[in-house]
Ligand binder design. Structure first.
Ligand code: FES
Ligand code: MG
Length: 572
């Protein structure tokens, strides 16, 4: 038994090296720890600077109890943590770094399996990318959303209501004192954002992929049942090790098919597109941007959650969570996709039911008949761009307007509220220099605030086009992830203020109505191409030199694929 475990390559035998590996671990571990018991890392993204994940230490103790109960050895492994609200210029700049560091630490250490503790936006994607590339038995425990906070009797959705309230301040319908007062009401408890933003979405994606105990994703962070599930996951991972059930044997193209259906049915974040593409890239699974449109865009939206709808994650959990949603669209799922339980995902749907049909709708009465992500192409986005029709204004989904171009977010902020800015409700706001290379890091700035003079007139949405991302908690008619980005030489760099831009979401088009000959004659604005994107050293240098475009997941070229868990050389 001992020789079959990966950790036994470190610990078994009576030579000097095995002595060294064992002896230093004797700080706390008994001799029996090295006699064939699986060593399970708890990759923990807890950090005071990632407030959404600050509570994961408690979750880790429940995982630890479960691992011990099943005869394993639990080992806390703090890993790079990314706090969405704190990190500048954007947490996304380090998603790939967090994934790389976690992958390397799992490979370099004597562990047989891993429990992945994440929550805030980029943490679960980074952990899954790492687990896929090191290919050790792994399960995710999502840290869970916050409880619903209320302000003056009204529930506040994290993120979504920040955008809404700040627009009200700019539009003059909310004063600054009340705005400040709402701050402490929004974050009511431990946990991540309570809207169907990126964190909730990625927890649900992890479950739909089969890497989470079915039924767990969406359990609120303070809920006792989360601790119970964490305990159960600890047990389960020791079993995954015994059965040698690895990401490469659990995850398949069918898993991603199901994740895309779940993304559409729950109205999940557009950020899931880049994250799922990146995870698939680590597994060598052929997944393209067009798969999101092909598989997802006919799926009905069944979940009535902010930012597209009304409720919050606590309501979603109360109504039954992901499984009853998937049960409604069971015929659209691929029944061959497995989960870490060893059973197909669809086998876990039988007993699932919705306890509140206003939160989780029946298939016969969907929130929207067709949801998901629309993938647009055209001379503005030859490699694709996306829009989330469910979060857009229906009357703007087919639109022609004059471009108002901004070369950076700083340029945008400097001019957007200028009363002399030549902009009206029909204009199309174009922001560039916000892609993976251009910012760098592809920040969530695409949902540009509207000009205050138009807000004062009552305008609440405009067509916006950008090579960046938008927060999963945001809404609006926003064309994002334009590829190639301006800084990589995409045609977005050629747009000039006044050019007619044509959006036709139904036809899946985003075009600049300027003759090709004229476009060819234009030279891109150097400010756009150079921008901030010439870092001299460090991670940013490595990132800008190697990052791919949004349509392939914005991973680094040399991180795609897997290296497995084998380490051939000793350390001494
Ligand atoms: Fe962490 Fe929203 S800021 S999940
Ligand atoms: Mg975010």
């Amino acid at each position: 038994m001992a020789a079959e475990l990966r950790s036994a390559e470190w610990y078994s035998g009576d030579d000097r090296n095995a002595y060294i590996h064992r002896a230093w671990m004797r700080r706390g571990l008994p001799g029996s720890a090295f006699t064939g018991r699986p060593h399970i890392a708890i990759a923990n993204t807890a950090s005071d600077l990632t407030p959404c994940n600050a509570h994961l230490g408690e979750l880790a103790s429940s995982v630890r109890d479960g691992i011990h109960e099943a005869g394993g050895i639990a080992l806390n492994l703090p890993v790079v943590s990314l706090g969405e609200t704190q990190l500048r210029p954007t947490a996304m700049l380090w998603r790939n770094m967090a994934a790389m560091a976690t992958e390397e630490m799992l490979r370099g250490n004597p562990v047989d399996g891993v429990v992945l503790l994440g929550g805030c936006d980029k943490t679960i994607p980074a952990l899954l990318m790492a687990a896929a590339s090191v290919d050790l038995p792994a399960a995710v425990v999502p840290g869970g959303p916050m409880l619903t906070g209320t302000f003056r009797g009204r529930p506040l959705g994290c993120g979504t209501d920040v955008w809404r309230l700040s627009e009200e301040v700019r539009g003059g319908t909310l004063d600054r004192e009340d705005f400040a007062r709402s701050e402490s009401a929004m974050i009511r408890s431990r946990g991540h954002c309570n809207t169907m933003g990126t964190a909730s979405t990625m927890a649900i994606m992890a479950e739909a992929l089969g890497t989470v105990l079915p039924g767990l994703a969406g359990t609120p962070a303070p809920d006792s049942r989360l601790l119970e599930s964490a305990h159960e996951t600890g047990r389960l991972v020791t079993d995954l090790v015994a059965r040698d059930r690895r990401p490469s044997t659990v995850l398949s193209r069918a898993s991603f098919h199901n994740a895309i259906v779940a993304l559409a049915a729950t109205g999940g974040s557009t950020n899931a597109v880049v994250h799922l593409l990146a995870i698939a890239g680590r597994l060598g699974i052929e997944l393209t941007l067009d798969d999101f449109d092909r598989i997802g865009s006919r799926v009905p939206l069944l979940v009535n959650l902010q930012p597209a709808g009304k409720y919050l994650m606590e309501d979603f959990h109360r109504a039954g969570g992901l499984l009853p949603v998937l049960r409604e669209v069971r015929d659209l799922l691929d029944p061959t996709a497995l989960t870490i339980t060893g059973k197909p995902l669809t086998d876990h749907l039988d007993g699932a039911r919705s306890w509140d049909s206003d939160v989780i709708h029946r298939r016969s009465e969907p929130v929207q008949a067709e949801a998901g992500i629309a993938v647009l192409r055209g001379n503005l986005a030859p490699d694709g761009a996306i829009i989330k029709p469910a979060a857009a204004s229906p009357h703007l989904l087919r639109h022609r307007g004059r471009a108002v171009v901004f070369d950076s977010i700083e340029d945008f902020h400097a001019r957007i509220d200028d009363p002399d800015l030549d902009v009206d409700a029909d204009s199309v706001l174009v922001l560039r220099g916000c892609g993976p290379k251009g910012y760098p890091g592809m920040p969530e700035v695409s949902n540009m605030p509207l000009p205050s003079k138009l807000l004062a007139e009552g305008v609440r949405d405009m067509v916006r086009v950008c090579d960046g991302r938008m927060s999963g908690t945001a809404y609006g008619t926003v064309v994002l992830h334009v590829a190639p980005e301006a800084a990589a030489g995409g045609p977005l760099a050629l747009v000039r203020t006044g050019d007619p831009v044509v959006l036709d979401a139904a036809a899946r088009r985003i075009d600049l109505d300027v003759p090709e000959s004229e476009l060819r004659a234009r030279t891109p604005n150097r400010a756009t191409l150079d921008g901030f994107a010439s870092p001299r050293r460090g991670w940013e240098r490595l990132y800008v030199d190697h990052v791919g475009q949004a349509d392939t997941g914005a991973d680094l070229d040399f991180l795609r694929g897997s290296s497995g868990s084998k380490v051939s050389r000793e350390s001494h």
